[in-house]
Design a protein around this ligand. Sequence first.
Ligand code: DLZ
Length: 213
Amino acid sequence: MSDATIKGLPPPPVKYDGSNQRILIVHARWNDTIIQSLVSGCVAKLKEQGVKEENIVIKTVPGSYELPFATQRLIAGSQTQSSVNAPSLLGASTANLVNLLTADEPSTPQPSSAATTTTTASTGPFSAAISIGCLIKGSTMHFEYICDAVSHGLMRVQLDTGVPVIFGVLTALTDDQALERAGLGRKGNKGHNHGEDWALAAVELAAQSAEWS
Ligand code: DLZ
């Protein structure tokens, strides 16, 4: 038997189709180098799975502690909007479906083209959400409290809203652990970008939960 690790996720049994999915990414801005790499890897893999660029909505919060609240509000908002404005996603012009990497901008609805519906970009329920953060242990108990709150908070959001929420939060004991999990390792091993795995999990859960419900 080789020394290779047995840990990890094998390739999915089928390739899930994300072409009709609308995916929310909410990311913290703490530990920005790592976050940027995780988000880029995640977006690239979502597109590989067929998710359209205009159906990837990215929002930011200051730190990981804010992730559960923001994720919950954004999911709930998308569900409310879609019930008010039912024929949203499929009939809407892609130009009107917000807003890749305009994270810090409020998502301003664009005027619809005459050829499409009057639906605006920001309507349509999210098929799944990916909450991304990076917690790195310091010298106090802060790390433990935030890890605990965020993991429980995000679990609660997905069970309460019925929308899959992918746990994209690195909980690293050292900078190097975090860098390796963002594909940025600096000790001769670049590691693996976990943002890619989170994208695959989101598309799979979105596809499966549509069938399970
Ligand atoms: C305060 C803080 C610390 C010390 N470390 C991190 C971290 O490693 N990763 C992260 O995402 N956020 C950190 N924060 C900020 C908190 O998550 C939060 O934004 C503040 O406590 C305000 O609620």
